[in-house]
Design a protein around this ligand. Sequence first.
Ligand code: SAH
Length: 416
Amino acid sequence: MRDKDVTSSRRGFRAVLKPREELRIKRGHPWVYDNEIAFVEGSPPPGAEVSLFDSKASFLGKGFFNPSSKIRLRLYSRTGEKADKAFFEKAFSEALAWRRRFFDDKKESQRIVFGEADNLPGLIVDLFVGQVDAGKPEPGPVGRWLSCQFLSLGVELRKAEIVRSLAGILAPDGIVERSEAPVRALEGLEASSGVLYGTVPGNVLIREGEAVFSVDLSEGQKTGWFLDQRANRAAAARFARGAKVLDVFCNQGGFGILAAKAGAAQVLAVDSSRGALAAAARNAVLNGVGSRYSTVEANAFDYLRNLEKEKAKFDLIILDPPAFAKSRSSVEQAYKGYKEINLRAMRLLNRGGILVSCSCSYWFDEHRFETMVEDAAFDCGRRIRLIEARTQDMDHPIVSGYGESKYLKCRIMELR
Ligand code: SAH
């Protein structure tokens, strides 16, 4: 379907909720599930803009309709505006204004759009500012590139308008699509990737704190780099001076290389992805810390067990696993996984050592996370002194009423 078919409708499609289903929506949640809707008027086509009303006919907002998703409607507005050029330009300007409170978009890589938390359901846009990495010692031209994920039908069908607006507002050198996340299937969409605008190099060198990282914009995991952990990587590096560091689930080396730059004596970085490790090793060399940095390709669970058998000891351990709980039903199973790696990491820490433990699973909430860490400490007879309970960086805003926007936990703890 072309952009025009869904956006130019004047028929005024309406969806009406069943009685008492409006509270969560009124508190700020943007999703309406199929079983909460009493009826839909006017047979809206997939992706159409539909106005939402409660059972007493009060207007609640306007959203993108998807008849083949359990999330039938994703609200993008509480005032009823059309999702046209003016809407996207305003939404992107507002998203940028929030980031400009904290960051400089001419110099710093950052997430520009964080989906529903920026009233743009299913749209993720990361900005990478840096230099083309041509694989030679001297870096290439300076530039700014956007890496996007279109994870809902509503934004998928408005891709052309979104790309035009982003290009107009941010004037990037290129825009690449990385819509490969499995959640697209729940929206009835197949994976899609490629250059949408301008030119996009394979790799770019971005700066983060004291380090530079080569980020693969077309093949790296997610949009290429985990921006949400930036402030946590800096926070962890404060404990690195002179330390023996273990960076578990290291991906392209973020935590460990910043620790090495901050004076770590030695960094051992573990991941199961060979591609990620090759990138991490190269990043270490780019930062002049190659001689203090080594990588291991292994399953973290097995490798932690082996280190324990060898009676290895560390001063700083980072655990940044992928989401073990991807739904409500997997929370119990996830607890076991998180607890196992935390317990093993604690056993590997010297007295007074620091554990930086993360979970990016929304379903595994703050309370469960805290309990899991305390259970692990109890089981290995150690006590924790909490240094910081952190979350995602500010370019991933947390909004009230939409709990899914608060997903990242990062506890920095001293182990006694
Ligand atoms: N710490 C990284 C991000 C980690 S993302 C940063 O700051 O950028 C999670 C990583 O875990 C991915 O690189 C993935 O390849 C790796 N991974 C997933 N399952 C694993 C396993 N069982 N053992 C080791 N690594 C794993």
